[in-house]
Structure formats: structure tokens, C-alpha cells
Design a protein. Sequence first.
Length: 156
Amino acid sequence: MWTEITRPKYERKGLGYSSDLSDPEWAMIEPRLPQRNRLGRPPKTELRRVVNALLYMVRTGCQWRQLPREFPPYTTVQHYFDAWRDSGVLQRINFELLLQAREAAGREPSPSAGVIDSTARPANALDQQGGRVEARAVSRGRAQYEPRIIKHDPRE
């Protein structure tokens, strides 16, 4: 429920898109990005605009070529995305922000337990004897699945 205290905290005035980073959000992400090389031509593109373009794509699901004109060219955004993905920057930033959010919520930085749902198995999983496992509904109403092993002949 919105109150007079919470509304200003989450208001996003002055941002072009709802996915754009606010100044405090950018202050958290900027130091975690790799430093630019001081040699060569100075870059024309601000990293904040690149990150905003990536967040816009995640939020809207648009294609690279469909990025609005307010963002850098899609080839520039794609170049930074590929470089950050391949070097592990995006994964590291995600992990560091996750730890920071858990600590801010008063929880341990890393989870102490996990939950594994043993009733869900992928349809193309193989059992120990080499048969494929398929799930089929065994009752009407609420879906309940029972794994069924189908023997697969490797000569097929």
C-alpha cells in the first residue's frame, strides 16, 4: 500500500523509461563495471546508457534491432553485453548485489538451506538404466505427475 513515506522513495520522475536506473541505483552498479582503457580514442558512449538499454531489453523483451533511438546503437549495446557476459562481469555484479540485498534485509549473505522439489523432473531425463522418463497426469483436478520410465533402444 502506498503511503506518503513510500511513494517518494519509489517514484521514478525524470527517467525516460521505467527500466532506467535512478542515481542511487547507478551509484551501486557503476563501481562494479570494468574500468575503461585509458589508451586509444575516448569513448563516445556513456556506460549508464548502455546499462539502461540492457535493462530496457530485459524489461520489454525487445530485439536488438528494435532498441529505441534514445539508447546507443544496438551494435554498441550488443558489444558491451557480449564482452561483459563472456568475462563474467554480469554474473559477478548479480552475485554482489544479491549478497548486498540479503544483508540489507537482515539475512545471512549466502543461503543456509535450499529446497529441491523431487516431484518435478525434466521430460527428457534419463534414468539409471538408460530409459527416458516421461511425466503423465495420474488424476483429474490438481495436476499430479508420476514419472514413467520408457526403455529406449540405442539402435533406433
